[in-house]
Design a protein around this ligand. Structure first.
Ligand code: NAG
Ligand code: NAG
Ligand code: NAG
Length: 487
């Protein structure tokens, strides 16, 4: 379409309206709407207050005092566009108390968590996108992890999403045929077009079937109970590999994570029992010191022992023809798991060690490698990652667009993006409106799936029966579709 000046366009459209008797709103044809600023000090404050001591704010001050869980700022934002319209949200803040998170709630519904990195001065972060309705909208900035200062928010009409440019091949050049088919299927038939419905634990997938009439396309299982330090304590045998094989046998797609119980140094106190040994708080196992001590040292040998134990399980899956979306060392940047407790360098080195051990040493070729943190300094690199992902726990069944945008940046839009763990299943209409092209969502198990506060039955039925959402019955042909696309 040729470029018309705004005035000419408005004139030609009203002429068209006059000719064809259609109602054309000239307003929508005037100059493109630019960024709008909403000062925090002019908004409605609940438990928060206007402050002025930190220099560099805009307007007449900024807002702080987020010390109670219910403290918030409520902005009222009008939208004159007919229907719904998507905006990029910017948040100008100062993180003088260190890295924090805030929760953004649109019109009292879906919430988004926004990371506010530490900063001594006012800075702006992207808050993802917001779909404003016609008329007044409310945007709450609520406490979450507290202690930050908010200067203003900005709203800028979102540009349409550019086409993705996903890497056509897996990081592992010797990946086997079924794994290459899975990746090709996901890349060509799913990503950007649909979302796979996923669920943690096979028993919960059956529960979803009983409630919605549909079964998740993807089931995720945890290798936690194969960790040697748990086997030593429990003496019992995990069956999650059998669960994964069963779901594969039913035509589904399998994902695997591993709550790796630390190889040694479990406190096993009343407060921190041996079975919480994947938490930083429950072990003094030091991965940075272990990697520095190097091959041959006792603790390094224990790390290899554990990876080798997991290799046994992955090989069982490979032998059963299962391609695995493999997500080790998850949520590392949070620091609450021991593999993330010593910072990004140790964690990335451990990830590469695991990659080399499983693929190079053991020759395991059925893995699609999924990295699970949004921060750039934790990213192990394109050469060893196939899919990037985030775990998002926010109520309201929102599209999680802030994390999606962060992951687009992290992977350069060359890696597919997954919502590897969520508390709340995202509403498909919102996913489409926000163009948040998550490859799959996977609702966490206990506490989230059979809990109406996170996922009401009404929402689950809507999600599972939506045409945008792929369920088990709709992915049955994935190996054939993938094989054709891969060749
Ligand atoms: C929108 O909010 C403003 C101020 O908060 C108010 O004056 C106005 O009447 C509201 N408009 C609608 C359509 O509710
Ligand atoms: C193993 O034993 C523990 C303790 O008795 C139990 O809580 C757990 O559920 C068992 N796990 C499996 C996989 O059987
Ligand atoms: C090995 O790890 C254990 C458990 O964290 C720790 O107590 C021990 O000091 C470590 N060994 C060395 C040589 O660092």
């Amino acid at each position: 379409m040729v470029k018309l000046t705004a005035q000419k366009l408005a004139l030609s459209l009203s002429a068209a309206a006059a000719t064809f008797g259609t109602a054309v709103n000239a307003r929508t044809c005037t100059k493109p709407e630019t960024s709008r600023i909403f000062e925090a000090e002019d908004a409605v404050l609940t438990g928060t207050n206007v402050q002025t001591s930190l220099a560099g704010y805009s307007g007449s001050g900024y807002v702080g005092g987020f010390d109670e869980g219910t403290d918030k700022i409520t902005f009222t934002v009008p939208s004159t566009t007919a229907g719904a319209k998507l905006y990029d949200l910017g948040v100008r803040y100062a993180g003088i108390y260190g890295e924090k998170r805030t929760t953004v709630v649109l019109n009292g519904g879906a919430s988004t968590e926004v990371l506010l990195p530490a900063s001594d001065a006012f800075a702006t972060v992207s808050g993802g996108q917001l779909l404003l309705k016609e008329g007044n909208n409310t945007i709450d900035i609520t406490n979450n992890w507290g202690w930050y200062l908010i200067d203003y928010i900005t709203l800028t009409p979102s540009a349409p999403r550019a086409a993705h440019s996903i890497t056509p091949t897996l990081s592992n050049p010797t990946a086997n045929a079924i794994t290459r088919s899975l990746y090709a299927y996901l890349r060509t038939a799913v990503y950007g077009k649909k979302i796979l419905a996923g669920q943690q634990d096979l028993s919960k997938a059956s529960w979803i079937q009983s409630q919605t009439g549909k079964t998740p396309a993807l089931v995720s299982v945890d290798l936690i109970d194969y960790s040697p330090s748990r086997v030593a304590y429990q003496g019992n045998v995990s069956t999650t590999v059998e669960d994964a094989i069963a779901h594969h046998g039913a035509g589904g797609i399998v994902s695997v994570l591993w709550h790796w119980n630390a190889p040694a140094g479990l406190y096993d106190t009343d407060a921190n029992k041996w079975w919480s040994g994947f938490y930083t708080r429950a072990t003094d196992f030091d991965i940075a010191a272990t990697l520095a001590a190097g091959a041959g040292s006792a603790n390094y040998t224990l790390v290899l022992r554990d990876i080798d134990a997991i290799a046994v399980q992955l090989k069982r899956l490979e032998a059963a023809g299962v391609a695995v979306l493999f997500r080790p060392l998850h949520e590392a940047e949070g620091g609450w798991f021991w593999w993330g407790a010593k910072g990004p360098e140790a964690c990335k080195a451990l990830y590469k060690l695991m990659y080399d051990r499983l693929q190079g040493h053991h020759g395991i070729n059925n893995l699609v490698w999924i990295w699970n943190s949004v921060a750039a300094d934790w990213y192990p690199g394109d050469a060893v990652v196939d899919v990037v992902s985030a775990d998002v726990y926010a109520q309201g069944n929102g599209p999680m667009s802030a994390q999606y945008e962060q992951l687009i940046k992290l992977g350069g839009d060359k890696k597919m993006i997954a919502a590897a763990e969520v508390g709340a299943a995202p509403l498909p209409d919102l996913l489409q409106a926000y163009e948040a092209h998550w490859l799959y969502f996977c609702v966490w198990s206990d506490g989230f799936i059979e809990n109406a506060e996170w996922n009401s039955l009404e929402v689950l039925r809507q999600v599972y029966n939506h045409e945008y959402v792929l369920t088990l019955d709709e992915v049955q042909d994935w190996p054939a579709i993938g094989a054709a696309a891969a060749s």
